[in-house]
Design a protein around this ligand. Structure first.
Ligand code: PGA
Length: 224
């Protein structure tokens, strides 16, 4: 199974999301090879919009095996009087996955390993699968995290994707057990994705910029 994860970040309003979904559904219908991979458990697509779009995307996206919805973050409060926070308890019926510890949150929101650890343990309580982003082998990886997305900072949103050799070297240094699903993120696009997908160690891709356009996102899916 290969995972293709769209991280729209904070870029889309309701209208943008609608038009993305309409195009995505239309393109998917024409791509029997992608449909086959989804049906055969060879590919899973996880779409991670901002909170305000989760229910819209869930309702409108093509109903297919192995298309799932994820959040980009979750509160480290489980639930309660925390104005503005969106908790795992709020999200539990909507999402199956959540990105956690993205480097943009670590940088701009000052998220610490402790906060990330707390979020992961709450997500597990609600049976939501965390997709933990790490920048290098220094970021803490709590026990039992299945999805590790390695995203070197310099490669995020810059067009400077890391070479396959360096990604594999980083993988060797990041402590994880055998069942971990190792994902690479950082300027992945439809031109460079096959460079990585030929390496069986890389089980998936976390994609920012190139996921915002349904054409390039579908193109990436077709190349996996
Ligand atoms: P990028 O973003 O694909 O635009 O580099 C990846 C990410 O931030 O998850």
């Amino acid at each position: 199974m290969r995972y293709l994860i769209a991280n729209w970040k904070s870029t889309k309003n309701v209208e943008d999301a609608f038009s993305w979904i309409v195009q995505f559904n239309h393109l998917l219908k024409q791509e029997s090879s992608i449909q086959k991979k989804l049906n055969n458990d060879e590919l899973k697509i996880i779409i991670c919009p901002s909170f305000h779009l989760l229910t819209t995307v869930k309702a409108k996206i093509a109903k297919s095996k192995n298309i799932a919805i994820g959040a980009q973050d979750v509160s480290f409060f489980e639930q309660g009087n925390y104005t503005g926070e969106v908790s795992a308890q709020n999200l539990k019926d909507i999402i199956d996955y959540s990105i956690i510890g993205h480097s943009e949150r670590r940088k701009y929101l000052k998220e610490t390993d402790n906060m990330i650890d707390q979020k992961i343990s709450i997500l597990k309580d609600y049976s939501i699968e965390p997709i933990l982003c790490v920048r290098d082998n220094k970021d803490l990886i709590p026990k039992d995290v299945r999805f590790i997305a390695y995203e070197p900072i310099y490669a995020i949103g810059t067009g400077k994707n890391e070479s396959l050799t360096d990604v594999l070297n980083a993988k060797a240094k990041i402590s994880h057990d055998r069942d971990t699903i190792f994902i690479y993120g950082g300027s992945v696009n439809s031109d460079n994705i096959t460079e990585y997908s030929n390496a069986p160690e890389i089980k998936g891709f976390l994609v920012g910029n190139a996921s915002k356009d349904p054409n390039s996102f579908i193109m990436m899916a077709s190349r996996l």
